[in-house]
Design a protein around this ligand. Structure first.
Ligand code: T4K
Length: 367
């Protein structure tokens, strides 16, 4: 088998033509305005509100800070129900706000929170649900909202993976009380590092703006214990440039995802998430579950690495098995998440990935 010369990594950042970015840098040099809600920040905020089809939006320096700060904005106390099948950020944001995460298992089909197991985890200490639209697979937003309304709970989505996605034509950020998007370099759309909170209630705009700027409320007043979560002008300029090309990038990702599906969908022992025709996807990740295949997930991972192809075990281990949470949670209480996290591999996917490379990756897997 031919070894690829250049390593193929799980993803590769989308960058605009360099001239576009240089052009944007001129204003920064002319004005010397680099951060603290400058003109690019404000322009990007308005453009993203429209693109994401949401009522309110506040930009942040990264997705994690956005999540920490929206949790703080709601002034939550007690327990937050979430899933352990996510990136560390989701649970860390809960814990760093002094709240207790309670882990709900996931749906084996699309890996999001299993709504049939959610309600029995609600106690009189529960204040919110923090589900994850993992890999861009949307949660059952209607069922979650119905449960939340019945128990008077807030719903904050970790929508880090869902830039530009829609359900029945509605922007994904319009569900729940708030949604956090990540614009990290590894995401479908990037502002180098960056993130946002989308929301409906107008009061959130004001408090999020203040929280990300140290809680400052006036020339001589600081009313909140905020932090520094501001997106700077270099990030916002990159965001404005990338926004022009993102639809094209998503189309190219779609071709890659469809090629993988063509090659792997009907293979015995391999399972792909079932697409939902109501969702407009962004093809952020390509998760493949090696359930009863002739080789284990780890064997496939190693075999690809021998060929210079670096898939990733997103998300292994489950968060409730992390060293930093040892003794506090039992991963056996979320058996589906534990099983899937031992079987899933996210294969390389990005806009400029050649379809021939996809064929080669599939050939190595199936060989
Ligand atoms: N919630 C969820 C569900 C998330 O997945 C994340 C982030 C967050 C919250 C928090 O959002 P942010 O605060 O990050 O905005 C990466 C990303 O750093 C992280 O943003 C992402 N999730 C997570 C799933 O993946 P690593 O440690 O796997 O990244 P790294 O450095 O190994 O990069 C992966 C590949 O991306 C590289 O092999 C090559 C490519 N790459 C990477 C970088 C940094 C590029 O092409 N260009 C680059 O600049 O965490």
């Amino acid at each position: 088998m031919k070894k690829t010369t250049e390593p193929i990594l799980v993803t590769r950042s989308s960058l605009p033509p360099m001239e576009d970015y240089i052009e944007k840098l001129r204003l920064i040099w002319d004005t010397a305005w680099m951060t603290n809600m400058g003109p690019y920040h404000e322009e990007l905020k308005e453009k993203l509100k429209e693109y994401l089809k949401v009522d309110g939006l506040e930009l942040f320096v990264n997705g994690h800070t956005a999540l920490e700060m929206v949790i703080q904005a709601f002034g939550l106390k007690g327990e937050v129900i979430t899933t352990p099948f996510s990136f560390s950020s989701t649970t860390h944001a809960i814990v760093r706000n002094g709240l207790t995460p309670v882990f709900c298992d996931i749906d084996p089909q699309n890996f999001t929170i299993d709504v049939s197991k959610l309600e029995k985890l609600i106690t009189d200490r529960t204040c919110a649900i923090l589900p994850v639209h993992v890999y861009g697979n949307l949660c059952d937003v209607a069922a979650i909202q119905e449960i939340a309304d019945r128990h008077g709970l807030k719903v904050i989505y970790d929508a880090a993976h869902t830039f530009g996605e829609e359900l029945d034509g509605k922007g994904v950020g319009s569900f729940g009380d708030a949604s956090m998007f990540s614009f990290h370099a590894t995401k479908v759309y990037n502002t180098i590092e960056g993130g946002a909170v989308a929301f409906k209630e107008p009061w959130l705009a004001d408090i999020l703006y203040k929280l990300k700027n140290f809680g400052i409320t006036g020339k001589e007043s600081v009313e909140y214990i905020g932090g520094n979560g501001k997106m700077n002008e270099f990030q916002a300029a990159m965001g404005l440039c990338n926004l022009k090309y993102v639809d094209g990038e998503i189309k190219k990702r779609q071709a890659v995802a469809e090629r993988y599906r063509e090659k792997l969908e009907d293979v015995k022992g391999i399972r792909l998430a079932v697409p939902n025709p109501r969702i407009k996807y962004n093809y952020a990740y390509m998760p493949v579950v090696f359930e009863s295949f002739s080789y284990t997930r780890d064997e496939i991972y190693d075999r690809l690495a021998e060929h210079n192809i670096f898939a990733r075990k997103y998300f292994y281990p489950c968060i409730n098995a992390y060293e930093c949470y040892r003794g506090r949670f039992d991963p056996d209480e979320t058996p589906v998440a534990k099983r899937i996290s031992g079987q899933v591999l996210t294969l390389p996917i990005y806009a400029d990935l050649d379809l021939e490379a996809v064929d080669e990756i599939c050939r190595i897997i199936l060989e």
